[in-house]
Design a protein around this ligand. Structure first.
Ligand SMILES: [Zn+2]
Length: 125
């Protein structure tokens, strides 16, 4: 990948990172809001078991999103590192070039399509 392409992808990855960070910030606030609500305790309505159930489930989902987001963030950081190294867009497995279209679709891609599908087959079996 040439310097101009690398610079373009660096911008894309940084923008994506920013977006994920913002999203994670929002989810983090949501979680702390709920927790502080519970701590202050509105006794009247928390007597309803159904309410408590759905509330806990929503909170769990928010946590799940947050952890997936953190994982994605880690991948994006990794991609930035590879952009710095100049190894971005090169398959980790077979060292062949990852098509730009694939990278545009998934900025944190580390494997070419062949290696990715091989890996998926291995994981499934
Ligand atoms: Zn490969």
């Amino acid at each position: 990948m040439n310097k101009r392409e690398l610079a373009r992808f660096r911008k894309l990855v940084e923008e994506e990172r920013e977006r994920v960070l913002k999203k994670l910030g929002v989810i983090g606030e949501e979680i702390s809001d709920r927790t502080s609500n519970k701590a202050s305790g509105s006794q009247g309505y928390s007597n309803h078991m159904a309410d408590i159930g759905s509330d806990a489930m929503e909170q769990e989902q928010a946590f799940l999103h947050a952890s997936q987001g953190t994982d994605y963030l880690r991948r994006l950081d990794d991609a930035l590192k590879r952009i710095e190294d100049g190894t971005y867009g090169v398959c980790e497995e077979c060292s062949s070039k990852i098509p730009v279209k694939r990278l545009e679709a998934y900025l944190a891609a580390k494997l070419c399509v062949d290696c990715k599908s091989k890996q998926e087959k291995l994981q499934r079996s």
